[in-house]
Ligand binder design. Structure first.
Ligand SMILES: *[C@@H]1O[C@H](CO)[C@@H](O)[C@H](O)[C@H]1NC(C)=O
Ligand SMILES: *[C@@H]1O[C@H](CO)[C@@H](O)[C@H](O)[C@H]1NC(C)=O
Ligand SMILES: *[C@@H]1O[C@H](CO)[C@@H](O)[C@H](O)[C@H]1NC(C)=O
Ligand SMILES: *[C@@H]1O[C@H](CO)[C@@H](O)[C@H](O)[C@H]1NC(C)=O
Ligand SMILES: *[C@@H]1O[C@H](CO)[C@@H](O)[C@H](O)[C@H]1NC(C)=O
Length: 406
């Protein structure tokens, strides 16, 4: 019985449907990024799903005219013979696969159809970001502004409950001032058991540096290192925060990372920390997404090239708008980061470290990576911890609006 079935596999009958052959072969393709006119030679694996003979004819009869309208800034010209006529633009899937749906192609008397060709961008697969490395990511930047006073102990109890790191950029002084005037008042100018700091990298503009130095003379609440302060370098800022925490603020029990466009409900947060103290010894909490994958569209703010992340999925992440953890986790993440290759999306990078540590991402109700509609009783109650994209003036106005129900 078994033998009989076998012999009919290629026969007329039943399973004629899918004789799926995945034939891998390598086509050399030039990819031009039209934006900067750099030319890369990419080696591309093409998978042709079709009848075996189609593939064969397709290759043998090859016609190199193969033009596509990419939706990404790539154009592709195969340099080996290849006969396909794409009818749809490229689409780049999350795993870096280029898919081209071709028009049915008639091949030399045999009416065979090549309907789909998948080009997999395997460019420099060996130079794509490795998952681990041996001390390849040491955080050795120099402090430009280093305020040891931020975690100074003012009494013998020696306790700091929480250190808050607020990511900012030089020119956003107005935003920093709004935060100082509002939700940071619980820190009592860094003399309470909640401490805070604004984090900066370096910028070329001398005038703006001076302004920040002046600002720091007044508030003594800025930490700055000498890496170039760009969005692509935020992971440096995160490691700077964790390093500062474990070396200069190690008496703090908890660490919050947030941004300068955030509303943070400190009383609400303190309740969360009390409640989740144990969990946070092995977790990062916040607006966490347990599942997420790289965005391959170069126009996206969160774009990750196949090279920078050659996998289909992230280990999730807790939104960088606000995540909280314990000193234990901050220390472990910083330590393991030495062997975790740089990745530019800082919240994903932290999640990668968390996964390596066997710790977890812990969604906490009330951490919002968006801005819930304002209601003073919501914003000052227990069910909202963070709110995102709150401009300086709005922050002040929210702060000054009392909840009358309380
Ligand atoms: C592949 O990696 C090598 C070494 O990093 C580099 O010199 C080369 O330009 C890369 N090629 C492509 C196509 O990116
Ligand atoms: C390939 O196809 C194009 C148009 O379909 C044609 O102009 C060209 O002559 C063909 N080239 C070869 C080598 O067959
Ligand atoms: C890549 O992603 C596409 C669609 O997202 C999927 O169909 C395909 O199987 C994936 N390929 C690999 C090698 O993971
Ligand atoms: C925070 O501000 C409120 C009113 O603006 C004030 O009553 C309170 O004492 C301040 N808290 C601290 C710790 O400074
Ligand atoms: C990130 O910082 C490093 C160190 O200062 C710098 O060399 C690099 O150019 C920066 N990268 C970007 C994309 O700004």
């Amino acid at each position: 019985m078994a033998d009989k079935t076998k012999t009919t596999t290629y026969g007329k009958g039943k399973v004629f449907l899918l004789i799926l052959f995945f034939l891998f072969f390598v086509v050399l393709v030039s990819v031009y990024t039209t934006s900067n006119r750099l030319t890369y030679i990419y080696s591309v694996h093409a998978t042709i799903k079709s009848n075996l003979q189609d593939v064969f004819f397709g290759i043998l009869l090859g016609n190199t005219s193969f033009s596509v309208t990419p939706i990404t800034p790539f154009s592709v010209t195969p340099i080996t013979p290849f006969s396909v006529t794409p009818i749809t633009p490229f689409s780049v899937t999350p795993n870096g696969t280029l898919t081209i749906i071709t028009a049915p192609t008639t091949v030399a008397g045999n009416h065979r159809v090549v309907s789909k060709i998948v080009l997999k961008d395997a460019s420099n697969i060996t130079t794509a970001r490795p998952d681990v490395c041996e001390t390849c990511f040491s955080h050795n930047f120099k402090y430009v502004i280093d305020n040891d006073v931020i975690c100074k102990l003012y009494d013998d109890s020696g306790e700091i409950y929480l250190i808050i790191f607020i990511f900012t950029t030089h020119q956003r002084q107005q935003e920093r001032n709004a935060i100082r005037q509002t939700w940071l008042n619980y820190t009592n100018k860094n003399k309470a058991n909640i401490r805070y700091s604004f984090l900066l990298g370096e910028v070329p503009d001398e005038n703006i540096r001076k302004l920040v130095e002046e600002e720091n003379k007044i508030h003594n609440d800025i930490i700055k290192e000498d890496f170039v302060d760009t969005y692509q370098n935020l992971t440096y800022k995160t490691m700077m925060a964790f390093k500062y925490a474990i070396t200069k603020c190690s008496r703090a029990k908890f660490v919050l990372k947030t941004d300068d466009d955030m509303w943070v409900n400190i009383p609400g947060l303190l309740k969360v920390l009390k409640r989740e103290e144990t969990t946070l010894q092995t977790a990062v909490g916040g607006a966490c997404h347990p599942e997420a994958g790289p965005i391959r569209n170069p126009a996206s703010k969160w774009y990750a090239s196949f090279q920078s992340y050659p996998h289909n999925s992230y280990p999730g992440f807790c939104s960088g708008t606000g995540y909280v953890t314990s000193m234990n986790v901050a220390r472990k993440v910083f330590d393991i980061s030495k062997n975790v290759p740089f990745f530019h999306l800082e919240d994903v990078y932290v999640a990668i470290c968390i996964r390596k540590l066997g710790y977890r991402l812990y969604p906490i109700h009330g951490f919002n990576a968006y801005r819930p509609t304002f209601d003073p009783c919501l914003y000052k109650g227990d069910s909202l911890i963070t709110s995102h994209e709150v401009p300086a003036k709005m922050l002040i106005s929210y702060w000054n609006t009392a909840c009358n129900k309380q």
